[in-house]
Write a protein that binds this ligand. Structure first.
Ligand code: BG6
Ligand code: MG
Length: 215
């Protein structure tokens, strides 16, 4: 049996459901640009960086802009997004997450965040989870977006762990690909239809035990 030393968690969609706030902020930008951005389009933005999200959004609207115009738009979207984030409370942590983190700590397993978000630290602070994490790798530290494995490899490196003893928790197909490219085990959080390439898929952390990370 494979011994896991480290659990690396994606943030958006695994620990908290911030996808709805990303969606509301992108929708507002789309509205200002004169097109409608639907929830089904939002699925394509999961796990990818802010600028890639903007490119996908503009593709949906059939619009093109210069790099500097896009940077202004991405910054505005982020301001709107942050209005929601500042209002977040620990009640928004997804069910079962805290118990699972407590259990991992009690067993001496290291815990890291591996997120594309540049707002990750702020979100962890808002929901008061930052003290559970031995390392936080976010979109400020990892410059290559998932499916590139950089974010997860940096997490393993910061904790002095071999990638093969790490497991990644992910809700996005791009994140599963990144974990596999890093040579790590991967557990999909969500539906097997989207996350079929993961080693295991579970709907969430409710009643999860140490058996979840036994392979
Ligand atoms: C990921 C989200 O975690 O972070 C993406 O799944 C988002 O939807 C990306 O675009 C970047 O987030 P932020 O907070 O830096 O704009
Ligand atoms: Mg995610």
């Amino acid at each position: 049996m494979k011994t896991i030393s480290t659990c690396i968690f994606d943030l958006d969609g695994v620990i908290v459901d911030t996808a709805k706030y990303h969606y509301l902020a992108w929708k507002r930008l789309a509205y200002e640009l004169g097109f409608e951005f639907l929830e089904e389009h939002n699925e394509r933005l999961k796990g990818v960086s802010r600028m890639t999200s903007l490119d996908i959004m503009l593709e949906v609207g059939g619009l093109t802009f210069s790099q500097s115009e896009k940077e202004v738009m991405a910054a505005r979207k982020n301001e709107w997004y942050l209005e929601y984030i500042y209002k977040m409370t620990p009640e928004e942590i997804l069910p079962g997450v805290v118990d699972f983190l407590v259990m991992l700590r009690s067993k001496g397993i290291k815990i890291s965040l591996g997120s594309a978000s540049k707002n990750a630290m702020l979100i962890l602070e808002r929901v008061q989870l930052q003290h559970y994490f031995d390392a936080v790798i976010d979109g400020n530290k990892a410059l290559k977006a998932k499916p590139d494995p950089q974010v997860f490899l940096l997490a393993a490196e910061e904790l002095g762990q071999n990638p093969t003893s790490c497991v990644v928790f992910e809700d996005a197909a791009a994140g599963i690909e990144a974990a596999k490219a890093a040579g790590m085990k991967c557990i999909g959080i969500g539906s097997p239809n989207v996350l079929g390439k993961a080693d295991k898929v579970v709907p969430g952390f409710v009643n999860a035990t140490i058996d979840l990370i036994k392979f």
